[in-house]
Design a protein around this ligand. Structure first.
Ligand SMILES: [Zn+2]
Ligand SMILES: [Zn+2]
Length: 153
């Protein structure tokens, strides 16, 4: 989004709105699907030769669970956005799109799980264990213990 400097009064200005999902640039990301607009609530203020922009952003996304590989919906937000842009009186506008994108990407969870109790996939047959146990679950467990026993001997 662009902030028109001339429209920001000396005492500052509050503005709310949204930017299209495309600004996230994640169309081809296999782990993240953006599911709505980027919603912002910002306050811009002139401070000497700079325009200080602070506020918050949020976007609804679907993230791929690192355990079970299913997509789940969540909201990613940044509520402490704060940037200062050089703004001489003859500059027209400031494009903060890239900073919004960066701020939101930094707030994406590095290890996304659909739920703390997600059981993930069976390492042997690949079944989603959240949907119920698979046939090989038991023997897999036994093999692991047997391997440990052998090590102890
Ligand atoms: Zn999961
Ligand atoms: Zn299995």
């Amino acid at each position: 989004m662009n902030i028109l400097i001339a429209r920001i009064p000396e005492e500052g200005m509050h503005f709310d709105g949204d930017d299209p999902a495309e600004i996230m640039g994640l169309e081809n990301d296999p782990f993240i699907k953006v599911q709505g607009d980027v919603v912002y609530s910002l306050y811009a203020q002139h401070v000497s030769e700079e325009l200080v922009v602070r506020g918050k952003f949020a976007v609804d996304v679907a993230l791929k669970c690192a355990r079970c590989s299913e997509f789940f919906s969540t909201t990613v937000s940044d509520s402490d956005f704060l940037r200062a842009y050089p703004a001489s009186k003859d500059a027209d506008q400031i494009d903060i799109t890239e900073d919004i994108r960066e701020a939101l990407l930094l707030n994406m969870p590095g290890f996304a799980v659909c739920s703390e109790s997600c059981k993930g996939l069976c390492v042997q047959c690949g079944k989603n264990l959240n949907e119920g146990p698979c046939a090989c679950e038991k023997s897999g467990g036994l093999d692991a213990w047997q391997a440990l026993d052998n090590l102890n001997l």
